[in-house]
Design a protein around this ligand. Structure first.
Ligand code: FEO
Ligand code: CA
Ligand code: CA
Ligand code: CA
Length: 578
């Protein structure tokens, strides 16, 4: 890793110190203001948030969803449209009037369901601050009930057919959308991550197939209870329903009546985000992480070439998936997941993508989170958030594996056993060609705690007591070429994490390696999701799950219910942010 601590004149801000306050910390001369919170109105018939009942299914359907994550801005006919993932819901918070985060009735379950999905809103600055344009014709809630189409090689395959949809091409909804992406033609990509946690079976002893097991589907859900109000989430009755989730969903924010498209060509796994790059030859390349311990990093390369007016469905439906293999010497290879290589049909590769990548011997990774491409060079960066199973062995010396049986030895860009802090890997495609098979890689940073550890847990040379952090997750380059790093890690501020405070956002100089802390989030929150206004004078940042364990009243303070929210960060002098 690079370690130079250069003058750092790329940064237009003074670093902030770690914080354990229940508030947002930004540098001197900057300001942070709330733009929208969970359950904020989007239409004039929306019911304002009720601190006592915390709303109903009916009110949730007409308000902003919970747990904001990936988001993107779209300038359209002079308007600012924003599409935002509402990844999941804090059950203890939305059902705070119930004990221990358990639902009490069908309306509780439906409220939770409708807190998921994607919100599309028009936002505007009214002279005092940014907010939702109430009743904008572009405002839209996309939920687990919204009709969608399955497109690409897997569409219509037997594994996607259900009693309700014998065609295998029509499905309902999206949920657990984590990171995001933006296509060159101005559509939004919502990435389905932990889709498995919503399926259950009435019969607790029901055994799912090995293929579903690979994706973590089981007879128990994670407490959402969706099968109690909708039978398609009962995996004993609808064993193919989970095959219809785990994709990248393309949404046109400019057309509120458009039908979202699940893009099976981009593979099925626990998608983090989707970073689109137009290669020098015009082909579309999309980099994608699969966020689970020991799963893989992927690339999609379209067959066709992007140009104004081309059929973009064709670009998103016809191409090749690859999984990354990293070797110890700083070289790597993209392994093509073709029928010939994997012995699977193209549809099966798109549905059982993890299995295809395992067959090819891809490198098991420390939970690939967001990928971002440097606008000033051919480098691509990926956050590897942490992995307690890395290098772990049983008494016989057998390594822990992912759900597919692939071992997790210490190797390549995953160099530390029981990795608590995470790292950021970057690679440069051979000859600057994003479709090339080969690449060079190195680590941009190994996160760590140099005040507690002297070994490799101290982190790389560009980590010090003034900028340390753990569990990098959200990553995005701004148009100026600074790398923004958001964290979703331990906020205990104790032991291995002493001095690191709450989750935070930092900026990294890709050339010198210098990293500077820019923002700290409130208690028990993760900082995730990042985009800029058209003039780059406002940076929008997502604050997810404040008070997930009961210790926050952010953003409204007092005794209020904590609410996930998007904030706008601006400079008091009106300058460019970053
Ligand atoms: Fe939803 Fe991998 O974070
Ligand atoms: Ca994430
Ligand atoms: Ca994470
Ligand atoms: Ca999260």
């Amino acid at each position: 890793p690079t370690g130079a601590k250069a003058a750092g004149n790329r940064f237009a801000f003074e670093a902030v110190t770690a914080s354990t306050e229940d508030s947002i910390v930004v540098p001197k001369g900057y300001r942070a203001e709330v733009v929208m919170r969970w359950a904020d109105p989007m239409w004039s018939d929306s019911v304002a948030f009720d601190q006592d009942t915390r709303g109903t299914a009916e009110t949730q359907a007409r308000t902003f969803g919970d747990n904001t994550d990936g988001m993107e801005i779209f300038m359209h006919e002079g308007r600012t449209l924003m599409a935002i993932n509402n990844e999941y819901t804090n059950r203890k918070i939305i059902w705070g009037n119930r004990e221990e985060g358990k639902f009490a009735n069908a309306d509780d379950v439906a409220k939770g369901m409708l807190a998921h999905g994607v919100s599309v809103v028009e936002i505007a600055h009214d002279g005092t601050g940014w907010g939702i344009v109430i009743d904008s014709p572009f405002n839209r809630r996309i939920t687990p009930k919204t009709e969608m189409v399955l497109t690409g090689p897997a569409a219509g395959h037997d594994l996607l057919k259900t009693a309700a949809d014998p065609s295998g091409t029509k499905t309902f909804g999206t949920w657990n959308n984590c990171g995001s992406g933006k296509t060159p033609w101005g559509t939004y990509l919502a990435c389905e991550e932990n889709f498995n946690g919503y399926f259950s079976a009435e019969d607790e002893d029901h055994k799912v197939s090995a293929e579903l097991k690979r994706y973590g589907v089981s007879a128990s859900d994670w407490g959402y209870g969706w099968a109690t109000i909708d039978e398609r989430f009962d995996v004993s009755k609808n064993p193919n329903e989970p095959n219809r989730a785990g994709y990248v969903v393309e949404i046109d924010p400019r057309d509120p009546n458009s039908t979202p498209k699940k893009r099976t060509a981009l593979g099925r796994f626990k998608h983090e985000n989707a970073e689109c790059v137009i290669n020098n030859d015009g082909r579309l390349v999309i980099y994608m992480g699969d966020d689970e311990r020991g799963e893989f990093l992927y690339r999609y390369v379209s067959n066709g070439v992007y140009a104004a007016g081309v059929d973009t469905d064709e670009l998103m439906e016809n191409g090749t998936l690859y999984a990354a293999k990293f070797d110890a010497s700083g070289k790597g290879t993209w392994l093509a997941l073709t029928e010939e290589n994997t012995g699977m049909s193209l549809a099966e590769i798109c549905i059982h993508t993890r299995i295809a990548a395992s067959r090819m011997g891809a490198t098991t990774m420390d939970r690939p989170e967001w990928v971002t491409a440097n606008p000033n060079s051919d480098e691509v960066y990926c956050a590897l958030t942490n992995n307690k199973n890395r290098g772990a062995q049983n008494d016989e010396g057998v390594f822990k594996t992912n759900a597919g049986g692939d071992a997790l030895p210490v190797e390549g860009p995953n160099p530390r056993a029981k990795n608590k802090y995470g790292q950021i890997v970057r690679w440069r495609p051979a000859a600057g060609d994003h479709t090339a098979d080969g690449f060079d890689w190195d680590l941009y940073v190994l996160a760590g705690n140099p005040t507690v550890h002297q070994d490799d847990r101290a982190g790389s040379d560009n980590v010090n007591d003034g900028n340390m952090f753990n569990s990098p997750d959200g990553l995005a380059f701004d148009s100026n070429g600074l790398l923004w790093i958001q964290t979703d890690g331990k906020y205990s501020n104790a032991d291995d994490f002493a001095g690191q405070g709450n989750n935070q956002m930092l900026a990294g100089d890709p050339v010198t390696g210098e990293i500077r802390r820019f923002l700290v989030g409130p208690n028990e929150a993760e900082v995730t999701g990042l985009c800029w206004s058209g003039d780059r004078r406002t940076m929008f940042v997502g604050i997810q799950h404040p008070g997930e364990r009961g210790d926050s009243h952010w953003p409204d303070g007092g005794a209020s219910v904590p609410r996930s929210a998007i904030i706008a960060v601006t400079r008091e002098d009106g300058g460019l942010v970053g």
